[in-house]
Write a protein that binds this ligand. Structure first.
Ligand SMILES: [Zn+2]
Length: 152
């Protein structure tokens, strides 16, 4: 369940082909950084403001669907973006879908629109959306966070 039942106004039966590949709204993405783990949940959510305190969300991944939720529901979704500065978040915003000068009200305070982190091998600063956090560091490399160049 993406949001608690009480925040769902309506759930729509929809064919996967009816979902647009690039919907409008603010996009949230699951951040796959652990290469040995296979994700089996939802890994994309588009939040589309409908006005009148109602939001449409289109989501997909292992499961897919469309629903209309209340502003409490969208606030609950926003909690996925609540994380400490030095941790690699498991959900991130697509910065191209957010106006950094006027971020959506439902983001937790201090949510970084496009957070970065330093690779622990080459020390290059990269987007948290472009790192790998393997359970076991590659042979001969110390650390827990690697940019994709070092990982490959
Ligand atoms: Zn690196």
């Amino acid at each position: 369940m993406l949001v608690p039942e009480e925040y769902i106004v309506e759930e729509i039966e929809i064919d996967e082909r009816e979902l647009e590949r690039d919907p409008s709204g603010v996009h949230l993405r699951y951040n796959h950084t652990e290469p040995s783990v296979i994700s089996d949940g939802v890994d994309f959510i588009a939040v589309i403001d409908q006005g009148d305190d109602e939001y449409r969300i289109d989501y997909w991944g292992y499961a897919f669907g469309r629903m209309y939720i209340t502003s409490e529901g969208v606030q609950e979704l926003g909690q996925r973006l609540d994380y400490e500065e030095d941790e690699i978040p498991s959900w991130t915003l697509d910065p191209e879908t957010v106006d950094a000068n006027d971020p959506p009200w439902w983001l937790p305070d201090d949510t970084a629109i496009d957070p970065t982190v330093a690779c622990e091998h080459c020390e290059e600063t990269v987007s948290v959306r472009e790192v790998v956090t393997p359970r076991q560091p590659p042979v001969g490399m110390d650390g827990t966070v690697f940019c994709r160049d070092c990982w490959e």
